[in-house]
Ligand binder design. Structure first.
Ligand code: SF4
Length: 107
């Protein structure tokens, strides 16, 4: 993606969770799911062992969780995340994230 796209959009559980210019999204992700995806890149060192992964399972689309769809797997979730689906917010012009923490600290 980094070599072939100018803009990146990240979806989880059937919803758009982050979108923006490639450099902004990859350098400073505002949604924890995007941050975890970036952290799961295999290292270029080629070391043996388990690949990084995000604990838990993606939700079944027929049985989506309440609130933020990523909350069962999010290590930054708090009470509001389980009850209220986050609206899109724009921490910077052209950079959207649907996370209750998007306007605070980076993911
Ligand atoms: S809204 Fe809450 S659960 Fe969802 S990604 Fe943001 S911090 Fe995590």
């Amino acid at each position: 993606m980094a070599q072939s796209c100018d803009r990146i959009a990240v979806m989880y559980g059937g919803t758009l969770c982050e979108a923006g210019a490639k450099r902004a999204v990859l350098a400073a992700p505002r949604h924890p799911y995007t941050a975890r995806l970036i952290a799961c890149q295999p290292s270029h060192g080629g070391s043996a062992g388990l690949l990084p992964f995000i604990p838990g399972q993606p939700p079944a689309l027929a049985d989506l969780p309440t609130g933020c769809r990523f909350h069962p797997r999010c290590d930054r979730a708090f009470d509001r995340c389980t009850a209220v689906q986050p609206d899109p917010s724009w921490p910077e012009p052209g950079h959207m994230a649907a996370c209750h923490r998007a306007l605070g600290d980076a993911a």
